[in-house]
Design a protein around this ligand. Structure first.
Ligand SMILES: [Zn+2]
Length: 157
């Protein structure tokens, strides 16, 4: 997103996702993707994003915006889930790189993106939010076995 998008003083994207006076938050109202695993504190979902097989998010269940809104034990729990997700994605998909990101500018509900990156993916080696460099691969792999294996790993946490 360029600064020029703000030039007219309007929110450029995701305006409806902003929390305004307690209005709807999409990560409070829905899982935010295909649910892979959850416990009382957090959950892992798989995101449908062309060109990004295995793109997952670890989402804190309660509506908080920042890591520093959590106590130390909660932070440790969420990061343990993120790191298990990272390790699982590496073992199961063998990506060239893992990207971890916590942004939340559009949806200020604490979540981590855990993104397996491949040299041929649409943005590599740039961040996935930059301008695409190539088309997503036409064929998408069958992710069902991966999701099952990931759920099993997370259930052992
Ligand atoms: Zn929320």
């Amino acid at each position: 997103m360029s600064n020029a998008a703000f030039a007219d003083g309007k929110f450029p994207v995701h305006h409806s996702s902003f929390i305004v006076d307690g209005m709807a938050c999409e990560l409070c109202e829905s899982d935010g993707g295909e649910l892979i695993w959850r416990d009382e504190q957090c959950r892992v979902v798989c995101v449908e994003e062309p060109g990004y097989p295995g793109f997952c998010r670890a989402i804190w269940n309660a509506h908080v915006a920042e890591m520093s809104d959590l106590n130390e034990g909660e932070r440790a729990r969420l990061m343990r889930v993120v790191f298990e997700l990272e390790a699982g994605l590496r073992d199961l998909l063998r990506p060239d790189k893992i990207n971890l990101a916590s942004l939340g500018n559009a949806v200020p509900h604490l979540h981590w993106h855990v993104i397996p990156r491949f040299r041929g993916d649409p943005h590599f080696p740039s961040p996935i939010w930059s301008a695409p460099l190539r088309q997503p691969a036409a064929a998408q792999p069958d992710l069902a076995p991966f999701k099952k294996a990931l759920a099993k790993r997370l259930s052992r946490l």
